[in-house]
Structures are given as C-alpha cells and as structure tokens.
Design a protein around this ligand. Structure first.
Ligand SMILES: NC(=O)c1ccc[n+]([C@@H]2O[C@H](COP(=O)([O-])OP(=O)(O)OC[C@H]3O[C@@H](n4cnc5c(N)ncnc54)[C@H](OP(=O)(O)O)[C@@H]3O)[C@@H](O)[C@H]2O)c1
Length: 261
C-alpha cells in the first residue's frame, strides 16, 4: 500500500512507528509537513518527504489527513486541487464528513497513540464501506491494533472521547501514582521509574489472568483495612463521576468542534 501523510505530528508519528514495526517498508510511506523541525526529524528517520504539489503526479492508495481541526478544511481543499480522485483518510477530531468540500472522498478514523506499539484502537467510518479506500483504511489500522467499524458517523464523538482522549485521562491518573511512588523513594528516583514500569505491566498481567476489576480489588482489600479506607475515600469524593464527566466533556467538545467549522 502506498500512503501519504499530510500533517506529520504526534498521531502520524505513532501510526508510522506502528506500521514500520509491523514490517511495512518505509518505501511506501510519504510525508507532507510544513514544520521545518518535523521535516528534519522525518528525514532522520529515512522517511520520504514530498511537497503538496507532488500529489498531482503521484498516485496514493490513501492520503492520511492528520492536521489540527483548524487546518483540516483548507488542507483537504488543497489535496483535492492536486489529486481530485484521492481517497482521504481523516483522523481529525470533530470534523464531520459533510464539512469537507468533497465528502465522497473522505473516510474518517479515530486512532490513538498506542498504534505506535501495535496496540492501537481505531474507530473507522465512511458512508460507503465497500470502497477500496475504506478497505485500505481498515487494512492499515488492522496492522497496528484493533479496528472498530462504526455504523453511524454520530458515534465518532463518543469514540473520540473514549479512544482519542481517554488514554490521556488514564495517563493523568497514573501520573498521580508515579508522584506518590517518587515521594517514597526519595533516595532513588531512577528506581521509582523502573518500579513504576513493572507495576504498570503487572496491572496488564493481572487483568489478563482475571478479567474482572471487582475480584482483583477484592484480592487486595480486607474489611476494615487500609485499601478499604482508601477506596471509601475515592467513593466519597466521587471518582466515578469525575472520570465520567471527563469523558462527557471530551465528547461534548468533539460535538462543539464540529459545529464551529
Ligand atoms: N494526538 C493524538 O493522540 C490524536 C489522536 C486521534 C486523533 N488526533 C487528531 O489528529 C490531528 C493531528 O493531531 P496531532 O496531535 O498529531 O497534531 P500535531 O502534532 O500538531 O501535528 C500536526 C502537524 O501538521 C502540520 N500541518 C498543519 N497543516 C499543514 C499543512 N497544510 N501542510 C503540511 N503540514 C501541516 C502542523 O504544522 P504546524 O505546527 O506548523 O501547525 C503539525 O506539524 C488532530 O486533528 C487531532 O484531532 C490526534
């Protein structure tokens, strides 16, 4: 598959990292980026950088649009001028297919940065799910993680919150834990980071063994003990509501962004 990324920041880097790790050759990957520092970084990785005008003379199976929402509509119009028949795979949050100048050419996807490790979760949607572009998009994201096919574009707001943003919410929670760990290992901060990494990976091991958080928690807590005291504090402070509100806020923001364009 020959693919061109337009906008090569965080999410593009994660997708490219995942694709290269999956065995895809860098010879089929092209990048268009305006930020000079990023262009330099792409070149250091031996990735091919091209200009927007080159789209007129090159054929791609997919052009993956990964710019910030404010830049998306003008970038799509520029692609259309150069390559009117191209299938555009947009990972841009919040901008619905109908907002683009050529809705028929757009496939929407919402990946997360876990794609870099082949462990991504990507929701994809297009009005025509039998097109070659949609099949290529599905095949691309299947190489770097799980793919969820949406039946309606409206579902994308929810997925943007849970998949796109949710990872950051958990990072925020884990950061609080890391800081607590660093406080108790004041003499050796490097050891704290290493302990933390093993701790995170042990959470995955525990979950693989027993896929039920209630029973995992029950193995740690005892009536009237320290864990129970902490869990009661979390409940009293309504942790569940705090996190659910964060998911709703992200979903609402996705809807807002789509109305702003
Ligand atoms: N980051 C994530 O985890 C994630 C997950 C899912 C979806 N997304 C979506 O993916 C999109 C990109 O996010 P990101 O975090 O990767 O953003 P980012 O790091 O800012 O990367 C975007 C890059 O595209 C460049 N760019 C913008 N317009 C361009 C143009 N016309 N031609 C060439 N390059 C252009 C930007 O340059 P400048 O710096 O000069 O603007 C920037 O280097 C967003 O719409 C976001 O909603 C992100």
């Amino acid at each position: 598959m020959k693919i061109c990324f337009l906008g090569c920041g965080n999410i593009t880097q994660a997708i490219i990292d995942g694709l290269l790790k999956s065995g895809i050759s860098s010879s089929g990957i092209y990048c268009i980026e305006r930020n000079e520092q990023r262009v330099e970084s792409l070149r250091t990785q031996n990735l091919q950088t091209i200009e927007l005008k080159d789209l007129a003379s090159m054929d791609f199976d997919l052009i993956l649009l990964a710019v910030k929402p404010k830049d998306a509509l003008s970038a799509e119009q520029s692609i259309f001028k150069m390559a009117p028949a191209a299938a555009i795979l947009s990972v841009v949050a919040g901008i619905g297919i109908e907002k683009y100048s050529q809705p028929n050419t757009i496939i929407r996807a919402m990946p997360n940065t876990a794609c870099a490790f082949g462990k991504g979760v990507t929701a994809i949607y297009a009005a025509d799910q039998s097109s070659a572009g949609f099949k290529n998009a599905k095949s691309l994201f299947s190489k770097i993680g799980h793919v969820l096919m949406l039946q309606s574009e409206d579902e994308m707001h929810r997925f943007t919150s849970v998949i796109g943003s949710g990872q950051a919410f958990l990072f925020q929670v884990l950061d609080i834990y890391l800081k607590e760990l660093e406080k108790i290992s004041t003499t050796n901060q490097a050891a704290a980071k290493s302990m933390f990494q093993d701790f995170i990976s042990s959470l995955v091991d525990s979950f693989s063994q027993e896929q039920n958080f209630e029973s995992l928690i029950n193995k740690i807590k005892s009536p009237g003990g320290t864990t129970q005291a902490g869990l009661e504090s979390l409940k009293k402070n309504n942790l569940e509501k705090i996190l659910k509100d964060a998911f709703r806020a992200a979903e609402d923001r996705s809807i807002e962004i789509s109305n702003e364009q």
